[in-house]
Design a protein around this ligand. Structure first.
Ligand SMILES: *Cc1c(COP(=O)(O)O)cnc(C)c1O
Length: 228
């Protein structure tokens, strides 16, 4: 299957899910996730009109951003403190903000580097002992406070990777977003839904689905970041 054919199939899925949910497909952003995929394939997607790509590893994403300055890369993976500067230098958006210390560090660095970088808070409501990252529900107010209203790090919304097969997860996230949005008095978006569960995410009101395999095909079996 060609990339164009796969994307066409994916678009059909999104349209079907939207029509079942009574939603306009234009309100659901499709963010291709290009981790472990070669730049040549990203270029093919760019030729089809995509300009923003999700990446999981700072090093891999930074290398791709250097090689393709015309494209925007979004960081989706866990961000360690010592990579915060590199992340701000290479990514146009960070979706994995999950702790106050990181917010404070990013604020300091954004000022120092004189950059603006939209951020999303990654939440983990399921207390999963995983390395996926995410802020627990109870810690969310502290994180929002640490972020402040810093214009250099404008808060876009909430991102999450819920456990598979948990039907309540997406509505739970939507309810959390609604509450936070009301507390802050401004609209926030929801980044949820991946290749396997985009229909349920769209039904629950997702504003952005992050799609890897259903967009690019299976990821090459490479351990760690893709070498260039
Ligand atoms: C890999 C990844 C995706 C895409 O996963 P697929 O199942 O391949 O669609 C989405 N979000 C995050 C945070 C990821 O790490």
């Amino acid at each position: 299957m060609t990339l164009a054919e796969r994307i066409e199939g994916l678009r059909a899925r999104v349209h079907r899910a939207c029509s079942e949910a009574g939603r306009d497909p234009r309100t659901v952003e499709l963010l291709p996730v290009s981790k472990k995929q070669p730049l040549a394939l990203i270029r093919e997607a760019a030729d089809l009109g995509f300009t923003r790509f999700g990446e999981n590893y700072v090093q891999e994403g930074a290398a791709k951003a250097d090689a393709a300055p015309d494209l925007a890369f979004v960081l989706l993976g866990p961000l360690q403190r010592n990579k915060a500067k590199a992340a701000l230098q290479s990514f146009r958006e960070i979706q994995s903000l999950d702790r106050p210390e990181l917010a404070e560090r990013l604020r300091r660095l954004a000022e120092e580097l004189d950059v603006t970088c939209p951020v999303w808070i990654q939440v983990d409501l399921w207390d999963e002992a995983t390395k996926l990252g995410g802020c627990a529900g109870a810690d969310l107010p502290g994180l929002v406070e640490a972020l402040g209203d810093d214009p250099r790090l404008p808060l876009q919304g909430l991102m999450a990777i819920p456990p598979p097969e948990d039907a309540a997860a997406f509505p739970q996230l939507a309810a959390l977003r609604d509450r936070l949005q009301q507390d802050l008095g401004r609209p926030l978006r929801l980044s949820m839904g991946m290749s396997g569960d985009l229909e349920a995410a769209i039904a629950a009101g997702s504003d952005q689905i992050r799609i890897g395999t259903a967009f690019f095909g299976e990821r090459p079996l490479i351990r760690g970041p893709v070498p260039r």
